[in-house]
Design a binder for this molecule. Structure first.
Ligand SMILES: NC(=O)c1ccc[n+]([C@@H]2O[C@H](COP(=O)([O-])OP(=O)(O)OC[C@H]3O[C@@H](n4cnc5c(N)ncnc54)[C@H](O)[C@@H]3O)[C@@H](O)[C@H]2O)c1
Ligand SMILES: O=c1ccn([C@@H]2O[C@H](COP(=O)(O)OP(=O)(O)O[C@H]3O[C@H](CO)[C@@H](O)[C@H](O)[C@H]3O)[C@@H](O)[C@H]2O)c(=O)[nH]1
Length: 330
């Protein structure tokens, strides 16, 4: 079985490609390397170019008419950038995805898995997030993802597509076999900042200590990237039962557990032996208290459940930092 992974040279797409290979599924990658890296394409067949390029899409399907499912991970993903440059985000994430879907339909590929995000939800009083909550994204990035969900819903009905949107919560960690991990050297998310603080011996700035959470710090659902990758394999294997032609389905992928900033600091100390001091600071502009996923729909649909812990995610992120020079040559 073959799958096309658009954005397969990036952090999550490359992990999905590895999980596919491990399961006997052949990944074909299409990526423009805007943020993805060539080193993650080792041992995988790849087409370098833009997802909106119809000539390239036709070539991919000419070479591989037996692609069963397209997994669409290609996007720009930095929330603050999307606030500064909304048109670039709408062009790259929405307009180009429309072209991609058009090219897929024209080439007869009618099964799509779309990388969506917890950022499509608005903040609610309850910290638990299930798929019945309406979309209410608070950034241009989140809106590009919610818009594409709508576009896929309409396209499913019009063209008989099966379209599955998987809403990832906060991915951490790396491929446990260390083939791939975060390509960004200095990630700005919480775990990245924590690792940096441990390395430099500086305190972690805690952005917000007056949120309505159990200890006042922001709460998130950190899910191991390998659990995310495995979910895609399960969804590919059971696709037609999960998402028959003409249907659009959305499912959360999270660990199901909330973790506050202070709890992350504690878990990091447990795994690394380094207790990073914290420094309270003001909330980030536009930040939210957060929440965590209910993932039972993904379980009901394709039998997935998260299997790796927060500590596994932290450990694999640290192992990847050791391994990355040998993979990325930097
Ligand atoms: N990382 C997260 O925290 C997170 C959370 C929720 C959802 N997601 C979604 O998961 C997907 C993958 O995210 P990631 O963290 O791996 O990001 P990433 O930047 O590592 O990967 C994105 C990949 O898409 C490629 N790409 C971008 N625009 C393209 C285009 N026009 N044509 C071809 N390739 C293109 C990039 O080169 C890169 O390889 C994205 O759709 C993102 O919105 C990510
Ligand atoms: O130096 C830091 C960095 C973060 N935080 C806090 O840690 C929590 C998590 O922050 P972060 O890791 O940035 O996660 P999110 O705010 O959920 O945003 C990330 O996760 C989203 C969902 O995966 C993506 O869409 C966004 O692009 C990505 O920035 C929040 O309460 C922050 O206020 C700190 O206290 N100090």
């Amino acid at each position: 079985m073959k799958v096309l992974i658009v954005g397969g040279a990036g952090y999550i797409g490359s992990s999905i490609a590895s999980a596919c290979l491990d399961d006997g599924i052949t990944p074909i990658v299409l990526d423009n390397l805007s943020t993805g890296v060539e080193a993650f394409l080792t041992g995988r067949e790849a087409y370098i170019g833009d997802m909106a390029d119809q000539v390239l899409l036709d070539k991919v399907f000419h070479d591989h008419p037996d692609i069963a499912v397209t997994i669409h991970c290609g996007a720009l993903i930095v929330v603050p950038d999307s606030v500064r440059e909304p048109l670039r985000y709408y062009r790259e994430n929405v307009a180009k995805s429309v072209e991609l879907v058009d090219g897929l339909v024209r080439n007869g590929c009618r099964r799509i898995i779309f990388s969506s995000t917890a950022a499509v939800y608005g903040q609610t009083d309850s910290l638990v997030v299930d798929e019945s909550l309406p979309a209410a994204p608070s950034s241009p990035y989140g809106r590009t993802k919610a818009m594409l969900e709508d576009i896929l819903r309409d396209s499913a009905e019009a063209f008989g597509l099966g379209a599955l949107a998987l809403r990832y919560f906060n991915p951490i960690g790396a491929d446990p076999r260390l083939r791939t991990g975060l390509q960004t050297r200095r990630p700005t998310h919480l775990l990245g900042r924590l690792i940096e603080a441990a390395e430099t011996g500086t305190p972690l700035t805690v952005t917000g200590v007056d949120w309505p959470t159990r200890d006042g710090t922001g709460i998130r659902d950190y899910v191991h990237v390998w659990d995310l990758a495995r979910a895609h394999v399960a969804a590919v294997r059971g696709f037609d039962a999960v998402c028959p032609p003409g249907s659009f389905v959305a499912a959360n992928l999270g660990s199901g557990a909330g973790c506050t900033v202070l709890e992350m600091v504690e878990a990091f100390a447990e795994v690394s032996g380094v207790r990073v001091p914290v420094e309270p600071a003001a909330r980030r502009k536009g930040d939210v208290p957060g929440g965590y996923a209910r993932w039972d729909r993904a379980h009901a649909l394709f039998g997935w459940r998260p299997t790796l812990t927060l500590q596994d995610g932290i450990r694999d992120a640290l192992r990847w930092i050791e391994a990355r020079p040998s993979v990325l040559g930097d």
